[in-house]
Design a protein around this ligand. Structure first.
Ligand code: ZN
Length: 151
């Protein structure tokens, strides 16, 4: 799949792998892990929080450093947010129903309607009640300035 320009630029390491010191490599691996927790290194430091290097997109908080980030992902609020996010992602990833599945749901609904749905007779009775209620309401509203809205 072709990548958008922005994606490609973000994934391209700033320096060649062989030039990284072990410490830098460790930091990069730690940052990659934190990305799974929606914690990003700030590209541009916020003028309000000049000492903060990371931000959690899920909780909308700034985090000072990598230690702070590791602490943050263990917090209750973050754990709750990440669970919700994962559930949301799973729902979005659900495939649309197949024709066979739709047919099965349709058949099931029809069956329930046939067993427990209201009869033609019931429907007429209910319709009469609604008509009577409408008359009562109209009578009480007659002469007033009220208008029935579609809401
Ligand atoms: Zn968070």
């Amino acid at each position: 799949m072709p990548q958008s320009g922005e994606d490609a630029a973000q994934r391209r390491p700033a320096v060649e792998e062989r030039d990284l010191t072990e410490q830098q490599l460790g930091l990069r691996q730690a940052e990659e892990r934190l990305l799974r927790d929606y914690i990003h290194r700030l590209v541009k430091q916020s003028p309000e929080y000049p000492n903060y290097q990371y931000s959690c997109k899920l909780c909308s908080v700034h985090i000072e450093n990598i230690q702070g980030a590791h602490k943050h992902i263990k917090e209750k609020r973050h754990k709750k947010n990440i669970t919700e996010k994962q559930e949301e992602n799973e729902l979005w990833a659900l495939p649309p129903p197949s024709a066979t599945q739709l047919k099965a749901v349709d058949a099931a609904v029809r069956e329930v309607a046939a067993q427990q749905g209201i009869s033609e007779e019931d429907f007429k009775v209910r319709e009469t009640v609604v008509t009577r209620m409408e008359e009562v309401i109209k009578r009480h509203l007659a002469g007033g300035s009220l208008q029935l809205s579609s809401l």
